[in-house]
Design a protein around this ligand. Structure first.
Ligand code: MG
Length: 279
C-alpha cells in the first residue's frame, strides 16, 4: 500500500513538473522578444595543406638573410633577392624613353644624370619587397623640392619621394619618404646629405576586373633608415599629377627611378617578389 502511494505521488509530481515546463514554454513564446541571432564566429581559416601545426606541411624555403649596409660599404642582399644593381653596370635598367639607361656608374653606385630621363627596370614586378639605398648631393644645393630630388616609382606609377629633407622643409606630402601627393611620412627620418639612406618597401599592387574596374587598391609600407614611415597606406591612384585615378594596368610593371635634374646616387637595389598566395 505504501509503495502504491509513493508511486502515485511520484506520478503526480512528474505531471506537475511537465505542466509547469509546458506553461513556461508557452508563456515564453507569447511574451519573450525574438531570440537574438547569434553572430557567426569567425572560423579559423586552415591552410590549404590541412590542419594547424601539421609537421608534414611544406617548410618555408631557407634563405641567407644577407648583411645590412654600413655607410662605407653596401650590404649583401638576401640570397633569394633579384639584384637590380650589381655595383658595376646598369644592365638591368633601360631608359624610359627607350634605349640603354644613361645614368652614371662609378665606385659601386649609380647616379642620376640630369636630363637623361627616368630609368626603369627591364623586368616587371608585381607585389614585392624592395630595398633601395640613396644619397642626396653633398654639399646640398637648392631648397624645398629643388634639393636632392628623385623618386622610386613602384610599378612606374606610385612615387615614394626621394628628397633631401634633412633640415630642409617642403610640403609634407612631398618630402622624403612621402607617397608623393598622398601621404606624408609618419616622421622625418632623413640623414644628412651625402650619407646613405635606405628605403625598405612592402608593396601590394592594385587589381582590376575584366572591365577595368578597380577591385583592390594598392598598399604601401615603407621603412626609412629602418624607421616606419608609411604604415600599409592605401594608394589613392597614380602619384604623377593631381589626384590621378587608377588606370587598369598589368599585374606586373617595371620599377622606375626619377630624373629630377639632381645627381642623386643609388646603390644596393634589390627586390623580392611576394608570391600571389601571400599577396
Ligand atoms: Mg621626386
Amino acid at each position: 500500500m505504501r509503495r502504491k502511494l509513493l508511486t502515485i505521488a511520484c506520478l503526480v509530481a512528474s505531471l506537475v513538473v511537465v505542466s509547469l515546463a509546458m506553461m513556461s514554454v508557452s508563456c515564453s513564446q507569447q511574451t519573450s522578444p525574438p531570440a537574438v541571432q547569434q553572430q557567426a564566429t569567425p572560423s579559423v581559416v586552415l591552410p590549404p595543406w590541412g590542419v594547424q601545426h601539421d609537421r608534414n606541411a611544406p617548410q618555408p624555403p631557407v634563405v641567407d638573410s644577407g648583411m645590412a649596409s654600413t655607410q662605407p660599404q653596401a650590404g649583401k642582399p638576401p640570397s633569394d633577392a633579384i639584384i637590380l644593381f650589381n655595383g658595376k653596370d646598369l644592365s638591368n635598367w633601360e631608359s624610359e624613353k627607350g634605349g640603354p639607361a644613361e645614368w652614371k656608374v662609378e665606385k659601386g653606385y649609380f647616379a642620376t644624370v640630369p636630363g637623361k630621363g627616368d630609368i626603369r627596370t627591364k623586368q616587371a614586378f608585381g607585389d614585392c619587397q624592395l630595398h633601395v639605398e640613396w644619397s642626396a648631393p653633398n654639399p646640398p644645393h637648392g631648397e624645398d623640392q629643388d634639393r636632392g630630388n628623385s623618386g622610386v616609382y613602384l610599378q612606374s606609377n606610385y612615387e615614394i619621394q626621394v628628397l633631401d629633407s634633412f633640415q630642409s622643409k617642403t610640403y609634407p606630402d612631398g618630402q622624403a619618404a612621402a607617397l608623393y601627393g598622398q601621404y606624408a611620412p609618419l616622421v622625418n627620418a632623413c640623414r644628412p646629405p651625402g650619407q646613405w639612406q635606405t628605403y625598405d618597401v612592402v608593396f601590394h599592387g592594385p587589381r582590376f576586373d575584366a572591365a577595368g574596374k578597380l577591385t583592390r587598391a594598392a598598399t604601401i609600407t615603407v621603412f626609412h633608415n629602418g624607421v616606419l614611415v608609411q604604415d600599409h597606406v592605401t594608394v589613392l591612384g597614380r602619384t604623377d599629377g593631381e589626384h590621378e585615378p587608377y588606370e587598369k594596368t598589368p599585374t606586373k610593371l617595371p620599377l622606375k627611378l626619377q630624373d629630377h635634374n639632381h645627381p642623386v646616387r643609388f646603390r644596393n637595389v634589390w627586390i623580392r617578389e611576394i608570391p600571389e598566395t601571400q599577396g
